[in-house]
Design a protein around this ligand. Sequence first.
Ligand code: URA
Length: 426
Amino acid sequence: MMHPVDFIREKRDGKSHDPAALGAWVRAFTAGEVPDYQVAAWLMAVYFRGLNEDETLALTEAMASSGEMLDLEGLGPTVDKHSSGGVGDKTTLVVAPILAAAGAVVAKMSGRGLAHTGGTIDKLESIPGFRSSLDKDEFLRQAKTVGMVVAGQSADLAPADGRLYALRDVTATVDSIPLIASSIMSKKLAAGAGAIVLDVKVGKGAFMKTPEAAKELAALMVRLGRRAGRRVAAVISRMDQPLGQAVGNAIEVQEAIRTLNGEGPADLTELALTLAEEGLALAGLPPERARAVWQSGSALAKFREFVAAQGGDPRVVDEPERLALAPEVEEVRADSGGVVSALDALKVGVAAMRLGGGREKKGDPVDHGVGVYLLKKIGDPVRPGEVLARLYHRGRGLEEARALVASAYRVAEAAETPSLVVEVVR
Ligand code: URA
């Protein structure tokens, strides 16, 4: 391998790395042969100088192969789904059963929530009995028998990304498009699916604040995946206001079940069907099956089967009110009348976290019952004194959460309602 100082200097001076040398660098720091301060210095050089597409692909593939690469070959048409993170984003819980009911195999590893964004695993763990730690044999067996399995991300999946991400987090180098793209795609490549559908969020509550940046990230991830031999598409969707009406854990699972039942909010339903159609097309299955299995109830039945297979109480699927919410309810009311013109996703996400629904730091326990229910969203008319949102709480963080939700709303005379799906990048 090139000497670390020479390698860092190459990027500092704006030169391109040889892809093979970049692969050797990733293997060296994963093996503990390069100290954190040199990796951190290189990350800052990358932040300013960027990586070209060949370098980004080399980084992605080296991180993907730094741990175990799952082999899903032989399971049928496998589809993975990833969201770049948002508030109220329970889309996986709706998309995965639709895909599985339509004939695809979804063997997915998901994360826990961090900061103001929720995580699919925390949401699923609000179902009594649900087990998210599965060993590899259980994981593959359930993928085969049920066609759907969702487990916590194994520590052996792209460990080089885990190391880099932790350093990026503390060196102000997270928001670099090549670093984000390689981080996400390394985990998707290691997870083994042949088709990958990405939900790239744009707006106030997202990493990417402008449609141009979101499009650049989406297009890069699609090209990286394709060059690595996978079929990939990306849906760019707005994250200015939370998705759906529920933000929390149990409350989001309730909403996902209602959506599978045909009674969910329009935005969540639209996004889930769009993602499922793209995923089916990538897998070589008819996209129109997405809507058909959703309407026939077979996606809901698939969700029930999945919950039971992972030890969860399947009765929650028919009676979502069995998912216990915190007993105290506080209402936030409108001061004036008009139309909701803004509903800040970041503030609502932080409010749910302060109530105890998310983590202030890694490893903190999560209260599955607390959350926020948004009765009014952008474009909805409101009368003075009308209830905008309900907070389900146990006293903790209530005053701050209440103030955050109240200030997240803007009521004006009129509002623009931009469409949820901005673009699909194929
Ligand atoms: N999500 C990831 O997994 N990695 C990033 O760098 C950003 C978001």
